[in-house]
Structure formats: structure tokens, C-alpha cells
Write a protein that binds this ligand. Structure first.
Ligand code: ZN
Length: 434
């Protein structure tokens, strides 16, 4: 259905390359900070300039400028146009995923096991973290304030499920986990020889004395993989929402012939409400947009008029119909796997889509030559939310919520359709061109 004018051979090669790059992005991004690093690598490769938020920007008048800013787990990239630059086209997504973060003093000991203390981040499907080989990943902060990322090469921890012999009703009652008592992974036996801080310092290649603080979280060791006898499904941790982050970066690094300022905004902390310095409810994006406008030589009044003509494509995954639970969807508004990216609609503004902003999405799909479908939840079933309504409220710009349909949202390992995943950057590029 896509690439109708391209030869099938060329199309298959570029699809294989894109899928390989998506899998690398997911595997290289165990945490939000790692996702930003994965984005940085791709942007630098594509000739973008990494700007320091603390320094003055040069003048952007004249030839187009490709640049980006980062802060913690957030990244804002932009490409100015050689033309009017009288509006922004923004693709938004979030870098964070529900997870188990380690507490500040995580090491414990019980019944000859070395254990770890965790804090639940966001709303994970807790049972999905049981009996997995878990890595440790995160970042350390040096005395000079700089960060160094780390990840174990091999799994080092496991949350063992209680044996059925000691929990006979588990298949009838379901797994019931006390978030404090039952979420202590084991990571050694006997006396633990190393602390998390020492391990993190060694992995990050920073002298232990130079490490001031540590952020560490558990990560499923298993890399992204293709599934299905036809290879039509993609399974991985963090599809929500690093799939959209990858598509956004892929879109802006390949956008051509655009008339406004193309922008990608990847935020942290969506899973916990977005209210942080690096979340969508913070001022990061609007500060960057205004700085870009000023560097283009625009006045404050011209900047505000740029905002009024701008649109944000807020990308976050949608719920595909689960074949075992079809009653959870409204069948007329129920996205199917591998049947196109979904427009997400909710009149109560859990999604920011309006009829007008939906039209922008439809136009991008048409220009990209891809299908689309719609997600609208049952009236007796609340839906989630996204950064869309927050961005729309903060910036006052038209926003449309869309996303790749997936199963197992917030599981340690999620699954989506390959063709839907590959359609998203096609839509992204067509949207940014507009
Ligand atoms: Zn999400």
C-alpha cells in the first residue's frame, strides 16, 4: 500500500534498513537518558548541531539550520527552512516507559539472597516483570555535574515468581503482587561482593570517588525481535513510546522541502504525568521554539503568530484489538494490528485531536500513501492520555493524537505490527513537510 511509485526491491531494502534501525534504537535505549543518546547519535550523523542551552544561538537568517538541544531524558530537534519559516510543525513523543527503578540505597539481604529495593515508576503490568533475566541500566553523575550512561552486558537480577505449589489458586485468582513486599529482585547469593554504586561506576568507566549520585533501573535483557510465522510482528520492551521517538528522529533527519520549522520534541516523565523540568508540562519546548524564532530574526509578535499557524503531531501508541478480549473495544473504532496508524479521538480531551487537526493527519497519510484507522474508546471504558493535550494547553497550538496500535501496553515486553511501525516515519516526514 505504500511506496507505490518505488520498485518493490528498493522498497524492501529500505524497509529492512528502517526495521533494523528501529530494533537498534530500542536495544540501545534501556532508559529515557539512553533514548536521548540514541537520538543524539542519529542527529549528529545527519549533520545536526548540538546547541548548549546556556549559550547564545547564532543568527539563523539565511541558509537552513539543523540543530537540537537536550536536557536529561528530553531532546528537542529542529530544522529551519530556506523559505518563510512562518509556522512550526512539531512531532511529539515521550522517552520514558513504566519500569522498576532502584531506590537510593538498594542493597538488601534475606535468606542467603542478596536483594534489591525498587520503586515502581509509572504503571507497569507488574506480573510481566516476573521471571525475566534483568539487566541494570542508568546513569551516574560525576563531581563536575556531567553524566555517564551504563548498562550491564549480562543479566544480573530476577524477580522470581512464587511456585504454584506455594500458591495453588494463582491460575484462578491471578497473580497478586504487593508493590513493596513482593518486588525485591534477587541479584546474588551469600554475601554481596559489590554495591550498585560500585557496579555502576565500573560500567560507566568513572572512578568510584568521582561518582556523586546514581540513577539505576531494571531492564529486560531480551533484545527486540520479530515474531510470527510471517515475521509481521515486533516484540520489545519500551515500544510505548520509544517506537514513536525513533519514528520522530527518523522523520526529522530525512525531511526535505518543508516550508515551516520542522521540530521534534521528545519528553521524559509522561508516564507519571509530565510535570517536571523535562516533561511536556514544563517550559522546555516553548523556550526552544521562542529561541529559534528569535534566532530567525522574528519579533515576539511574529513568534506568537507562528504559534497560531502551527500543528503538533502527538505520537504515542494505541491499543490494538486483542483477539482474546474483543469486548474491550468499540468495534467501529477499534484499530487492528498491521492495518495502519491510528488517529486517537476523545471528546473529553484525554486526546487533543479535533476535526481540524484530524484533517492534518489525514492529509499527511494521503501524501505518504499509507492507510489509517481510528481509536475511540467505549463509553464505559476510560482511555489513557498522552502529551498531546498538555502540549496543546501549554502552547495553544492545534494538536492531533495518533499512534501505532499495539498489544500488552505497559508490559515489560510489548508487541506491535511491523508495517504500522514502518508507516509512522512516512507519516512523520509528510507531516513535517506541510
Ligand atoms: Zn505512551
Amino acid at each position: 500500500m505504500t511506496s507505490r511509485s518505488r520498485s518493490p526491491k528498493t522498497s524492501r531494502k529500505s524497509e529492512a534498513e528502517a526495521l533494523g534501525d528501529l530494533r537498534s534504537f530500542l536495544d540501545e535505549s534501556p532508559t529515557a537518558h539512553h533514548a536521548v543518546a540514541s537520538g543524539i547519535a542519529r542527529l549528529l550523523d545527519a549533520g545536526f548541531t548540538w546547541f548548549d542551552a546556556g549559550s547564545d544561538l547564532p543568527s539563523f537568517a539565511g541558509s537552513p539550520v539543523k540543530g537540537f538541544f537536550t536536557r536529561g531524558g528530553a531532546l528537542i530537534a529542529f530544522v529551519t527552512s530556506g523559505r518563510a519559516n512562518d509556522h512550526y510543525r512539531i512531532i511529539g513523543a515521550h522517552t520514558d516507559s513504566p519500569a522498576l527503578f532502584l531506590k537510593t540505597t538498594p542493597e538488601g539481604h534475606a535468606f542467603n539472597f542478596g536483594t534489591l529495593e525498587v520503586e515502581v515508576y509509572g504503571s507497569p503490568l507488574l506480573n510481566s516483570w516476573l521471571d525475566r533475566d534483568l539487566d541494570l541500566a542508568g546513569h551516574v553523575v560525576r563531581r563536575n555535574g556531567s553524566l555517564a550512561l551504563f548498562r550491564t552486558a549480562a543479566p544480573i537480577a530476577r524477580l522470581p515468581q512464587l511456585a504454584i505449589h506455594l500458591d495453588r489458586a494463582v491460575n484462578e485468582n491471578g497473580v497478586v503482587l504487593d508493590k513493596h513486599a513482593h518486588l525485591r529482585p534477587v541479584w546474588s547469593t551469600g554475601s554481596t561482593a559489590v554495591t550498585v554504586r560500585e557496579l555502576a561506576a565500573a560500567l560507566a568507566e568513572v572512578k568510584p570517588d568521582d561518582v556523586v549520585s546514581v540513577h539505576a533501573q531494571l531492564v529486560d535483557h531480551q533484545p527486540a525481535s520479530l515474531l510470527g510465522v510471517d515475521g509481521s510482528l515486533l516484540a520489545s520492551g519500551r515500544l510505548d513510546n520509544q517506537l514513536s521517538c525513533w519514528a520522530a528522529i527518523n522523520s526529522i533527519t530525512k525531511v526535505t522541502n518543508h516550508s515551516g520549522v520542522a521540530v521534534v520534541a521528545l519528553f521524559d516523565h509522561e508516564e507519571v504525568g509530565s510535570e517536571s523540568t523535562t516533561g511536556a508540562a514544563g517550559p522546555l519546548l516553548e523556550h526552544v521554539l521562542e529561541r529559534v524564532a528569535l534566532a530567525l530574526g522574528k519579533s515576539r509578535a511574529e513568534y506568537l503568530s507562528m504559534l497560531s499557524g502551527s500543528v503538533c503531531l502527538s505520537c504515542d501508541n494505541a491499543h490494538a484489538v486483542h483477539p482474546n478480549y474483543p469486548e474491550r473495544h468499540d468495534h467501529k473504532h477499534a484499530p487492528l494490528a498491521n492495518a495502519g496508524v491510528a488517529l486517537k479521538v476523545n471528546s473529553n480531551q484525554r486526546y487533543a485531536t479535533s476535526a481540524e487537526s484530524a484533517a492534518v493527519f489525514y492529509a499527511a497519510c494521503e501524501a505518504a500513501g499509507v492507510r489509517h484507522q481510528t481509536f475511540q474508546s467505549r463509553n464505559n471504558m476510560p482511555c489513557g492520555s498522552t502529551i498531546g493535550p498538555i502540549t496543546a494547553t501549554r502552547l495553544g497550538i492545534a494538536t492531533v493524537d495518533i499512534g501505532v496500535p499495539q498489544l500488552s501496553m505497559h508490559s515489560a515486553r510489548e508487541v506491535c505490527g511491523v508495517s504500522d511501525a514502518l508507516d509512522l516515519p512516512r507519516i512523520g516526514r509528510a507531516f513535517l513537510r506541510g
